[in-house]
Design a protein around this ligand. Sequence first.
Ligand code: KG4
Ligand code: ZN
Length: 340
Amino acid sequence: MDKKDITVLAIESSCDETAAAVVVNGRQVLSNIISSQIDIHKLYGGVVPEIASRKHIEKVNQVIEEALTESGKTLQEVDAICVTYGPGLVGALLVGVGAAKALAYASHKPLVGVHHIEGHISANYIENLDLEPPFLCLVASGGHSHLVIVRDYGDYEILGRTRDDAAGEAFDKVARAIGLGYPGGPKIDKLSKEGNPDAIDFPQASIDGAPYDFSFSGVKSAVLNYINGCKMKNIPYQEADIAASFQKAVVGVLVDHTMKAAKDYGIHKVAIAGGVACNSGLRQAMEDACQRRNYKFYRPSPILCTDNAAMIGAAGYYDYMKGIRHGWDLNAVPGLKLGQ
Ligand code: KG4
Ligand code: ZN
């Protein structure tokens, strides 16, 4: 007899996207609805937590309903309700957690709390049916930069993390300094294509004794100093060259550290995840580096790299299969650690 299909309804509201998805067996996405708040937050140059919470409340039911309708499934037909419960903005997380608890309670379905970063990593399962642990994953988002060995489903060994700014945060801050606005990553990515990546030699930081850790505050400061220096001396500068040179420095570090870890640990399957995994420079450089070494390279489509609920459904499925269930006391945990 065929194994029974497991269908989950997944909800994500950790930052500025209200999202819901229906996913079968962790890999097949029946619907993936994302309502982005970017247009509101960009008026303020970044995410305003109180506004994020309020907008999530306005949208969450509508997004869930749309996800169910588009999937062709009713609430009664799903096997579990999965929801991001951390890390993220506490008020934003609480909206998704509250909605998931209400639905699970009303429909007598199990509730599965999911770690947001596990979701980002699991986005790789969706389009790569052949991908199975163990593999190495670089997670680079607006709030996190981690180099992780995925030993098994839900079993993570963190090799390195950022000591200061996350990679996406550095992109956002540099974009603001150049005057590109929020969110900076996609704008720097686009502008880089018109600039010379070798125009300015920005630092690529390594940390003594911690070869897999990252630090992006140095390169960010170097960009700000460069711009201030030009302004003070009245020297014109090219925004596109700054963007391209900055992107080259960040991508260089991300790829070098990942390749070192792959070699040191003998893992020849490499994945990337998180919003920065949308970056065209990173995708290309990582692909080239993997190809040269004969490593297999995985990356989600851009829509699955930034925040979405399909990735929460992918991670949630494997949690569900391991027997993970949460009670009605599930709370938002803004600082939730990976593997916790
Ligand atoms: O994973 P994500 O959607 O949210 C978090 O969990 O943080 O990541 C958002 C981050 C932002 O910092 C954004 O600027 C960055 O991902 N990002 C990019 C690109 N697209 C999004 N960074 C570089 N290049 C991109 N194309
Ligand atoms: Zn995220």
